[in-house]
Design a protein around this ligand. Sequence first.
Ligand code: ATP
Length: 803
Amino acid sequence: MAKKTTKKKAATPKQKRSFGLSKQNKILLGSVIMLFAIALFFSFTSFYFTWQDDQSLLSEFANRNEQAKNLLNKFGASIGHLFLYKGFGVASFVFPVLLFLSGLTLFFSLPKKGLVKKWIWGLIFILWFSVAFGFFAEKWPLLGGLVGFEMNDFLQDYTGKIGVLLLLIFGLIFILVRLFKFTPESTLQYFKQKKAALTDELNNSGDDENSSANATSKQTAETVEEATVEETPVVVDTYTHKEEIPPIEKEEVPANDGFEVTVAEDEENVEESLNIEVEKITEEKEEIDNLADKLVDDFGEFDPTLELANYKFPHIDLLDQHGAGGGITINQEELEENKNKIVETLKNYKIGIAQIKATIGPTVTLYEIVPDAGVRISKIKNLEDDIALSLAALGIRIIAPIPGKGTIGIEVPNKNPSIVSMRSVIASTKFQKAEMELPIAFGKTISNETLVVDLAKMPHLLMAGATGQGKSVGLNAVLTSLLYKKHPAEVKFVLVDPKKVELTLFNKIERHFLAKLPDSEDAIITDNAKVINTLNSLCIEMDNRYELLKAAMVRNLKEYNAKFKARKLNPNDGHMFLPYIVLVIDEFADLIMTAGKEVETPIARLAQLARAIGIHLIIATQRPSVNVITGIIKANFPARIAFRVTSKIDSRTILDAQGADQLIGRGDMLYTQGNDVIRVQCAFVDTPEVEKITGYIGSQRAYAEALLLPEYVGPDDSGTSIDNNIADRDKLFREAAEVIVIAQQGSASLIQRKLKLGYNRAGRIIDQLEAAGIVGQFEGSKARQVLVPDMLALDQLLDNEKK
Ligand SMILES: Nc1ncnc2c1ncn2[C@@H]1O[C@H](COP(=O)(O)OP(=O)(O)OP(=O)(O)O)[C@@H](O)[C@H]1O
């Protein structure tokens, strides 16, 4: 019993949830519905007595001077008229009943189960009664209502009076069988039970009369009969299938409810216990977080820029204005002239223009036209050459239609193009306020907006264009943008320049911003053989970074660095702040021609995998032929820039669309990062400007050396032994041993950091230390055990070796 009561208590929250309303709201809504049901009931009842008097007032609802006789005045009269007269007649009384039940259910938050069923049966009742009254009481239309009358009329037109009668009988049977579970057997059983009850009564009276302990054999036989009669319902039940359902259901419904409630409670109980477990887990998490929080509280967030805390970003005055300060001069005459020529040319081909609009950009002006209705777009597109001829201008490009605008664009070069200075794009608010990882200001679009994109999202960039069309300037613009926005700790460049002259200016910022192979003198790579090593080294760096990301359980560099800054990653486990690495390759075609597969494979690997760990590639090429820009490379470089090229085929190779062959050169470019191709005027940054910027940065305090990439041991150099051969030991073996013994921690990354070595070299030294018995065996993610307790012991050990 006690169990049952607790179950009932717990059931209430479930019921509450079932309506999705708060308890108060349910009470309010429930009472409104119940009161409305009562109002309906009174209106309906009163309507039968007052309808004749009130009928004339139905159209006077808004008239305050008129009063109806209905108990609920004009409201009652109108609603009664609607339901009883125009609706279902006397059957409409079911409505207030159903509404009242619904209101009651809400008011007391009763289970809504069965309510829908009541409404369905209620409506079936209403229909049946309405038709039945319409049929049997045709003379009293208020009994069946207009619906009953019309439905009768309709049915009789098709089935006649007998047909309607049969339909009504079927309806009645349907209700009896489905709702009251009426069957011949159950009726029979009902009568049998009645009969048994009667005989029982008779017997009882007989027993009373005799009141003797001696029962006759007849009587025993009768009692046996009685017993069987009493048991028969059960036997019949199992035999007659559905008939027994009504008594069983009626009996079991409350029990069923009870069971459902139990299930609900049990679930809730389980949830509750789960909640408790979850709370425990969060507590544990908080503890871990607290450790990091404490560190952050004590030392502040890790600041990667701390080593060069006084680093000053280059200032805007290092860049030139280039002419009129980037402003665009609008030549009204030129505009008119071009507009007229476009209109005339199209007119010659019987293409009418409904509207024309011009947007003046730095190098080209976009004329947007809306052709007359019915003009085919392809027709205008085919006239490209004719329009170019009549405008006597190079570099006309037709965009039909302009994506997302529903107009056709004709780009016509300006007679006096204005230079977009790097200064103007760097100073733009769009660039200054760009919340991007690696923001790049390319230049200005046709509508004079600064185009700022995130290299980290591209994630790699392919640049192509014929010689002298602005590629090198474009590369400089990219690098300049990053120099203006990023601290030396945040980004490093790996520069590959086979032409040996284009990127040399960046030598000055080697110790700030460049990364190089260990033991190489120049940070800027000009030798193709070294490019292969560098690319492979970057692949190793990529793999190392993936390992670190895996250990830190993060998905990308941004998350990793954020976690490191929050001091949630322990530097002693090899974790460190990882800068972005931007690999720039100028003249990629030259590289592919000389090194072929050897460079293609690591480039493809980097392009496919390096995005998450912050290595981004920028590849520039003069010759955008398919053997240079292979399928694999193209597939991994969705962001592409095309400067002017010489043929449509080249344009297709770069952009998968034509148009780059119609550019006008001098930094006029098309940019795509997927589908849309945007025309942009590349920002112009001259060599002296780059020199000034690199000079400004180079003159500041720098790191001890450029970022060292992992050492790559080519296939020829491989096979280093890890025997305890003193002669083969690394030059820095002793220093490394000292570092390890002092720190009492045998990790390769410690050697890497302290001695500024590549990963491979540090790994080799660790192997040699193991062979010498200074550190223990490799133990997975844990640091190796240091077997030498102090410096004295180390000196002894190494001295003994020499003897
Ligand atoms: N954005 C620009 N705005 C104005 N002029 C430009 C722009 N870009 C390039 N130019 C002009 O075009 C010339 C050639 O540019 P750049 O040296 O970048 O070409 P390139 O494509 O690198 O050629 P190459 O492949 O031979 O090195 C520049 O000296 C400059 O005068």
